[in-house]
Design a protein around this ligand. Structure first.
Ligand code: BMA
Length: 376
């Protein structure tokens, strides 16, 4: 009898089936590369060790510097890189040489290679333009945009060329050995808000799910990309698990679930910590029930005006939850005051070092030691 159970369990693990509550299913892409499978397993293991710290555009620029290569505000303050590096693919759909924040895609490729070599985690968001109006992601003047890119819609063929351009970039992320570098792809983010053309009031639930599934199928099946883990992330305005999962495209299309939430200047630390912790409770329950990883996919306090924010607001918000990572947004070099990680001389510098020194926060040196891409 034991033997039969062991064989069934082995088959379930090998086929990547969800083996039930509490276990993480294999990658949603059933043809994921071995490195992508290992990355998912490594992320699962790391979540048992602590919470990885992430920073958007960490290597691209910071306060007072732009693209010298190898620089990082997080490293300037702590001596260590973050564990998770966010980057944005907005404008890749037009084959632009730079993204919407002027980061050259050629530099991004170099960063991806460096991060992969030192065992860090890469996550891409996509502030893709509005294909119907020609304006940007934030153009919510029409509620027909999602319908227009779906099969049968007037922008469908054009949207496919945008996905082709995106795929070309993702397919180019290959190391010296010819191995496709695995990354977390987080499209259609903050869809529970209505500030992007794919948001809550701009499309129906069925249209949103169709957009997600079309994107997934096109990238994995049509373009044969098998180095992607897919992240579904809502806004922070979540009341319950039903609302959170209303537009969830299904277990076969998602690897990691999370949400984005920022502290507003007029809201105190306590309301930030309490709201993040409350929503993380909802999201981690959903993650457990669906066999997925969980994360705080974007967060922060613009300008971090509180010198003790890291240990008195950010850490209390996340510390009670089993999540893979918590990522803060970019340190813009061209938008004064628009930064979310400290830099040398910033008021929260010492507190960030205290946050860094907590045994449960994981930075690059920790995940290098843990080995996110290790053999099972
Ligand atoms: C937003 C802001 C914008 C930026 C966009 C994409 O939250 O930081 O300035 O263009 O993200 O990175």
């Amino acid at each position: 009898m034991y033997k039969i159970f062991a064989i069934i369990a082995a088959i379930l693990i090998m086929t990547g089936c969800n083996t039930g509550e509490g276990s993480i299913s294999g990658p949603a892409d059933k043809s994921a590369t071995p490195e992508t499978v290992k990355m998912l397993a490594g992320l699962r293991d790391a979540a048992g060790e602590g919470i990885m710290f992430g920073h958007q555009d960490d290597l691209s620029y910071g306060i007072g510097w732009v693209y010298p290569g190898g620089e990082s505000d997080v490293k300037r303050v702590t001596g260590d890189y973050p564990a998770v590096y966010g980057m944005d693919l907005g404008d890749i759909e037009h084959r632009s040489p730079v993204n919407l924040d002027s980061v050259p895609f050629a530099d991004m490729k170099t960063f991806v290679d460096q991060i992969w070599k030192r065992g860090g985690v890469i996550t891409f968001s996509w502030h893709v333009d509005n294909p119907l109006t020609g304006s940007n992601s934030w153009d919510v003047s029409s509620d027909r945009v999602v319908a227009s890119v779906l099969p049968g819609g007037e922008k469908h063929e054009e949207f496919k060329t945008w996905l082709d351009n995106l795929s070309e970039f993702l397919a180019s992320l290959v190391d010296d050995q010819g191995v496709a570098i695995p990354v977390i792809f987080r499209p259609w983010h903050e869809h529970t808000g209505s500030w992007f053309w794919w948001g809550q009031n701009l499309c129906t639930t069925e249209e949103f799910k169709a957009l997600w599934r079309f994107t997934f199928d096109y990238l994995c099946e049509e373009k044969n990309l098998h180095n992607l883990l897919f992240a579904y992330s809502s806004g922070g305005d979540i009341e319950n698990i039903e609302q959170y999962l209303e537009r969830y495209p299904g277990d076969d299309y998602v690897d990691l679930i999370g949400f984005d939430y920022y502290q507003m200047p007029d809201a105190g630390n306590r309301s930030f910590s309490e709201n993040v912790s409350r929503v993380l409770g909802i999201v981690t329950s959903a993650a457990t029930a669906h066999g997925k990883l969980a994360a705080l996919t974007e967060a922060g306090y613009e300008g971090i005006p509180d010198s003790a924010w890291w240990t008195s607001a950010f850490w209390p918000a996340i510390r009670d939850h089993r999540i893979s990572y918590a990522l803060v947004w970019r340190n813009a070099h061209n938008k004064p005051g628009h930064f979310y990680a400290p830099y040398p001389g910033h008021v929260s510098e010492q507190d960030f070092v205290a946050f860094y020194n907590l045994p449960e926060t994981l930075f690059q040196s920790d995940v290098t030691a843990l080995g996110i891409y290790k053999q099972e």
